[in-house]
Design a protein around this ligand. Structure first.
Ligand code: NAD
Ligand code: UDP
Length: 318
């Protein structure tokens, strides 16, 4: 049966992939976005579809809609963008969660929260299981994002306990792929764009810090598997690729795959930058039957092809 599905942050990197997949599966999709980090370009090819609606709206304001499911993705995700206006970032996470949970309460919709591995902060438990409560600095430059997302999780579970709202919380680990903005600022897009332009590759710190990178298609499959679970499944469930790489290894792989002559340069490490990150995904395997299938090398090849096209088109326009 055709469902009416709201995707907040639908014009962003992950949201645009999700909107496309939900339409392909025969649903009606409302994409809500304030275009802070997202763009119309990400959803332009969906605009011809009569079952797709693009709605410019800020989730810190309530919205009156009738929907069956809500995927709440609206929030800048790259440190440079969420630190640009940190108070607004907290408002987006907290007021946005209240507004979407209120909508779910009124309509009876299921609501999925795009939470983050940042709830674990700079983790002292490695790899990170969902039972780990984290190590977050409440007053640092990343706190607007980390604590905003933690408070959003609190609100999800309180609306569930207090009002019986049907919640689904997934904790996403670093995800990359086509539709990231070339100036997004996160590491994978930065390194690929730098390599393709022959500019220096900017490693922050020594490059020994680790991350685990998930390709977007794998992640979207995980989102949809989570939404399809029965009401007893609330999460939180980690969704990510357990392959762990140092940032220096990532830089070297990008150079190899692009054949770039770019050099590695070392810049200061921003404060509170987590030293290690790797998901335990046993819960996702057991409960969702989900695991990632696309290794980093393969995902990077696809992402490099996307940015290569994008940069060539930009050059031909200028
Ligand atoms: P993104 O920045 O590309 O997308 C975020 C979208 O939200 C953008 O389209 C932006 O314009 C929109 N937005 C921001 N504030 C808004 C507001 N107040 N009202 C309406 N729209 C607003 O980032 P992304 O990587 O696609 O991330 C999507 C979600 O997934 C975010 O909630 C992020 O925290 C979460 N997440 C992503 C990752 C990742 O690695 N990509 C990891 C952990 C969590
Ligand atoms: N990073 C880097 N160079 C860049 C961008 C990021 O070395 O140009 C590092 C950053 O310091 C962090 C890691 O790469 O250690 C991942 O950064 P990103 O902003 O992608 O995500 P997050 O820190 O939120 O996981």
């Amino acid at each position: 049966m055709m469902k009416k599905i709201l995707v907040t942050g639908g014009a962003g990197f992950l949201g645009s992939h999700l909107c496309e997949k939900l339409l392909q599966e025969g649903n009606e999709v409302i994409c809500m976005d304030n275009f802070f980090t997202g763009s119309k370009r990400n959803v332009i090819k969906l605009l011809d579809n009569p079952y797709f609606e693009l709605f410019r709206h800020d989730i810190t304001e309530p919205a009156n809609l009738e929907v069956d499911e809500i995927y709440n993705l609206a929030c800048p995700a790259s440190p440079i963008h969420y630190q640009y206006d940190p108070i607004k970032t907290v408002q987006t996470s907290v007021m946005g969660a209240i507004n979407m949970l209120g909508l779910a309460k009124r309509t009876g919709a299921k609501v999925l929260q795009a939470s983050t591995s940042e709830v674990y902060g700079d983790p002292s438990v490695h790899p990170q299981p969902e039972t780990y409560w984290g190590n977050v600095n409440p007053i640092g430059i990343r706190s607007c994002y980390d604590e905003g997302k933690r408070c959003a999780e609190t609100l999800f579970f309180d609306y569930h306990r207090q009002n019986g709202v049907r919640i689904k919380v997934v904790r996403i680990f670093n995800t990359y792929g086509p539709n990231m903005h070339p100036n997004d600022g996160r590491v994978v897009s930065n390194f690929i764009v730098q390599a393709l332009k022959g500019k220096d590759i900017t490693i922050y710190g020594s490059g020994s810090q680790t991350r685990s990178f998930c390709y977007c298609d794998d992640l979207i499959r995980g989102f949809m598997a989570m939404m399809a679970t029965g009401d007893e499944v609330t999460g939180p469930i980690n969704i990510g690729n357990p392959g762990e790489f140092t940032i220096k290894q990532l830089a070297e792989l990008v150079i190899e795959l692009t054949g770039s002559k770019s050099k590695l340069v070392y810049e200061p490490l921003p404060s509170d930058d987590p030293t290690q990150r790797k998901p335990l995904i046993d819960k996702a395997r057991e409960i969702l039957g989900w695991e990632p299938t696309i290794p980093l090398r393969e995902g990077l090849i696809r992402t490099i092809a996307y940015f290569d096209d994008l940069l060539k088109n930009e050059n031909s326009l200028s």
